[in-house]
Design a protein around this ligand. Structure first.
Ligand code: NAD
Length: 493
């Protein structure tokens, strides 16, 4: 990593594969473990946006890319996946410095990005077009074509993995992509661009433009030649982007926030449920859109379950992201940690009881952006702490009596991203899984992903799906082609 930081000049942004200073100056990326500087990185200006769009437009229209057969384009994507995997350790080390996350997690994110490129490449090679049943004297077909220049706007919580989830399918579809990483975590995205070009991506097809969302992100969304925005981030930002997209009649995909319920039935395997609840809400130090942050435990087992859960939460190991065995690494930034602490303080002032955590740690953790696993009791589902996304390691304990009561409470929230169900009763699991308003339901597991299974949210958690066999077509226009086969002129005029 030290070598990477001295080898790669992060003050250079990537405009269509040309690396140089951004016209917006530089900003500092800080290690949340101790507040020290990781690197100064380049900030794009509006002229960089114009150049990136123009280069993307030219590159995607170039026959050298446009005329590639699907299996030929797929080869470029396979090579990018291999290049990411070959550098997984360096990516992980860099990302751990930039985000504070554990090395286990950042390595998994790098491998997930490599896997995304490979899955998308194999999907591209095997995508069929439709010969539709003819209803007249024509042969009818439905084919897919690239959209144009696509903007990918990503948050700070899973860099490289969320970058790949947008860049891979957009490139596979034949588009050019401009990636706007989050202000707190641009380094891995800049390094990723270097790897993509080293793997043979033709110039112009990928730009990485760090910078403020309200300036660079906004300029991308409004740009007349940007034909789709694929966004992951907060709901307020997503709605703002959707409003602008509507005025351009531009498709958007929105992966937004969550406030997901985790449900424990009285017949659940308690050991498995405790492990799943802990992992679901406290891994990634709670900075996960799918965090299972509202626990609904059946009232008949509430006391015993919660007391065991609290003991286990207290035993989670806080530490540096690069220290072996760390489970609770620092949060992304001191400012975000303070925001989480303020939400917990407000919940306590409103009557919540702290069962564990709830205070900014001192001593050896004083310098970093740590916050401990926190479990809050004596809340109701309508309290702010149960309605709003905390995006930190905070679990609210609620209980339920019967299935009607459970479904009503679980669905009484603006978000609809995910849900966890812990039970041995497979029929009950099915009933509840089908009634919960969520994009993903995990039964007797939590926070698992597969490239082949579409992911996304309902309600305020988003619009559209990523992953799965239709991943690439989400970045394409569908076109109908009619081949006239009649030997007679059209009988009119
Ligand atoms: P955010 O909305 O503040 O920022 C996300 C990105 O949008 C950043 O790159 C930012 O610079 C950019 N942006 C900000 N304002 C913009 C504007 N006006 N126009 C265009 N771009 C703009 O979110 P965040 O704080 O970085 O990330 C945390 C949020 O992301 C949480 O709500 C979390 O739930 C959500 N998230 C969702 C998923 C999912 O798959 N559903 C995954 C990860 C994170």
């Amino acid at each position: 990593m030290t070598q990477l930081l001295s080898d790669v000049d992060f003050s250079e942004i990537c405009v269509g594969g040309l690396f140089g200073p951004g016209s917006g100056g530089t900003a500092r990326s800080i290690d949340p473990t101790d507040g020290t500087l990781v690197a100064d990185y380049g900030i794009a200006g509006l002229d960089n946006v114009e150049d990136a769009v123009a280069m993307g437009q030219a590159a995607m229209a170039d026959p050298a890319w446009r005329n590639l057969k699907a299996h030929e384009r797929a080869r470029v994507l396979y090579r990018i996946g291999d290049m990411i995997e070959a550098h997984a350790d360096a990516i992980a080390a860099l990302q751990t410095r930039d985000t504070g996350k554990t090395l286990t997690e950042t390595r998994a994110l790098a491998m997930s990005a490599a896997g995304t490129f490979r899955y998308v490449a194999s999907t591209l090679e095997t995508l069929d077009e439709d010969l539709t049943p003819s209803r007249g004297p024509w042969v009818t077909m439905s084919v897919h074509e690239p959209l144009g220049v696509v903007a990918a706007i990503t948050p700070w919580n899973s860099p490289i993995a969320s970058d790949a989830q947008k860049v891979a399918p957009a490139l596979a579809a034949g588009n050019a992509v401009i990636l706007k990483p989050a202000e707190w975590t641009p380094l891995v995205s800049l390094f990723f661009a270097r790897l993509a070009y080293r793997a043979g991506l033709p110039k112009g097809l990928l730009s990485v433009l760090p910078g403020p969302g309200r300036v660079i992100g906004d300029a991308l969304v409004r740009h007349p030649l940007v034909k789709k925005v694929s966004f992951t981030g907060g709901t307020v930002t997503g709605v703002r982007i959707a409003e602008i997209a509507a005025s351009k009649l531009m498709p958007v995909s929105l992966e937004l926030g969550g406030k997901s319920p985790t449900i424990v039935f009285p017949d659940a395997d308690i050991e498995e449920a405790i492990a799943g609840v802990l992992y679901g809400v406290f891994s990634s130090t709670g900075q996960s859109c799918i965090a299972g942050s509202r626990l609904f435990v059946h009232e008949s087992i509430r006391e015993e379950f919660v007391s065991r859960l609290v003991e286990r939460a207290k035993a989670l190991r806080m530490g540096r992201g690069d220290a072996p065995g760390t489970q609770m690494a620092p949060m992304i930034h001191h400012r975000h940690r303070d925001h989480v602490a303020a939400m917990v303080d407000a919940a306590v002032a409103a009557g919540a009881r702290v069962l564990c955590g709830g205070e900014v740690p001192q001593g050896e953790f004083a310098e970093g952006a740590w916050y401990p696993p926190t479990i809050l009791d004596t809340v109701t589902n309508t309290d702010t702490i149960c309605r709003e996304e905390v995006f930190g390691p905070v679990l609210a304990v609620l209980s339920w009596r019967d299935e009607e009561d459970l479904v009503a409470q679980a669905n009484d929230n603006e978000y609809g991203l995910a849900c966890g169900i812990w039970t041995r009763d497979y029929k009950a699991a099915w009933r509840i899984a089908r009634r919960i308003e969520a994009g993903t339901v995990w039964i007797n597991t939590y926070k698992q992903f597969s490239s082949s299974t579409p992911f996304g949210g309902v309600k305020d958690s988003g619009l559209g799906r990523e992953k799965g066999r239709h991943w690439i077509q989400a970045y394409m226009n569908q076109k109908a082609i009619y081949w006239g086969m009649s030997e007679e002129p059209i009988g009119w005029g």
